[in-house]
Design a binder for this molecule. Structure first.
Ligand code: IPM
Ligand code: MG
Length: 373
């Protein structure tokens, strides 16, 4: 993390609702720039399915160059509907040919996915008030560049003439150690409790994971480790989410449980994320591109603006301004406004459009105390 006065930020608008969410992120970035006497050079560049149609590749060379030169990257969701995806060859589909290569290129192994609902917003959750208690406030830490998503894949026809597939789940101890260290450090800075999510009753990868964990844990005697099988974790997230503070897990478990995190909050629209490597980081909503509602100005930009807030904290060293952005978003909800994903029939919520949510966030942020030293 560097502290300077001028930053280059690559903006990968993405597909579906991506561009309209990015518009709101840009409003916030423009205001942050003005409030903090810094220069944010925002460079839009193609990425995703639309980039494939326009440039012949979902992660074009030009975008790689811009990302290489950028201090941080903000990425919108990518992908098309199942039917529309069929127009793109399997190996050019943006998840496989753009998103995973982006993660690999910058080795963004530590994915932070906060699952957070302050007490005042507990009504958004589908869980009963008695289950939610004082709200939900946890962070899921997902290993992002290993495991079965990145392992070798082989398809063919076997000796019996049957089509088969092999996908490899591979981790070495160093890949495991580095994500666990990150998780222990985060736990140390919070409640000093770390839930280790695994499946060591079946998977050898989890056995190695847990071995490495017991070695790393020696350096963090003040952090209590609680082991939990991933299937049990799925149940407990619904039955008693407030027991969780920091959770750490391998790539696929994190993909699945973090979507469940969005479920217990009431919307994936409340799920921003940070994808951190040792040299470079990028920031993205955890959800997809929602092609069914694209262009309608009804998507929730919280996940995108929250990703901006995470960038301010982790890449730009602006923790205080980051907090202001979170508070500005929460104040919009607290005043009784929300986008349709969170406006349940019968609830006392005034429904607002995507752009109006962004405008209200910037109005609130403009009133927040200045963070310039
Ligand atoms: C996520 C997404 C991606 C993933 C997809 C789009 C490849 O679901 O970031 O959670 O599986 O990692
Ligand atoms: Mg996912």
């Amino acid at each position: 993390m560097s502290k300077k006065n001028s930053y280059k930020i690559a903006l990968l608008d993405g597909d579906g609702i991506g561009p309209e969410l990015m518009n709101e992120a840009v409003k916030v970035l423009d205001l942050v720039e003005a409030r903090n006497n810094i220069k944010l050079e925002l460079i839009h560049t193609p990425f995703g399915a639309q980039a494939y149609f326009d440039c012949g590749h979902p992660f074009p060379e030009q975008t790689k160059q811009i990302c290489d030169d950028a201090d941080a990257i903000i990425k919108g969701p990518i992908g098309l509907s199942h039917e529309a995806s069929q127009k793109i060859p399997v190996d050019m589909q943006p998840e496989r040919a753009a998103l995973l290569p982006l993660r690999r290129r910058y080795d963004t192994y530590a994915n932070f996915r906060p699952v957070s609902l302050p007490p005042g917003l507990a009504h958004f959750s589908p869980l009963k008030k008695s289950v939610i208690g004082d709200g939900i406030d946890m962070i899921m830490i997902r290993e992002l560049v290993g495991g079965v998503y990145f392992g070798n894949k082989e398809t063919g026809v076997n000796d019996q003439g049957l089509r088969y597939v092999v996908e490899t789940l591979e981790y070495d101890e160093e890949q495991i150690r580095r994500i666990l260290k990150v998780a222990f450090n985060v736990a140390q800075g919070r409640k000093k409790v770390l839930h280790n999510i695994h499946k060591s009753n079946v998977l050898k990868s989890s056995v190695l994971w847990n071995e490495v964990l017991s070695e790393v844990a020696k350096d963090y005697p003040d952090v209590e480790v609680r082991h939990l099988l991933v299937d049990a974790a799925a149940t407990l997230l619904c039955l008693n989410p407030s027991q969780f503070d920091v959770m750490v897990m391998e790539n696929m478990f994190g993909d699945i449980l973090s979507d469940q995190g969005g479920g217990i909050l009431g919307s994936l629209g409340l799920m921003p994320s940070a994808c951190l490597g040792d040299q470079k980081a990028y920031y993205e909503p955890s959800h997809g591109s929602a092609p069914d509602i694209a262009g309608k100005n009804i998507a929730n930009p919280y996940s995108m603006i929250g990703s901006v807030a995470m960038m301010l904290e982790y890449s730009l060293g602006m923790a205080a301004e980051s907090k202001n952005v979170w508070q500005a978003m929460q104040s919009v909800f607290a005043q009784g406004y929300s986008t349709p994903d969170l406006s349940k029939p019968g609830s006392n919520v005034t429904m607002i459009k995507t752009n109006e949510f962004g405008d209200r966030v910037t109005d609130a942020l403009a009133k927040a105390p200045s963070t310039v030293d």
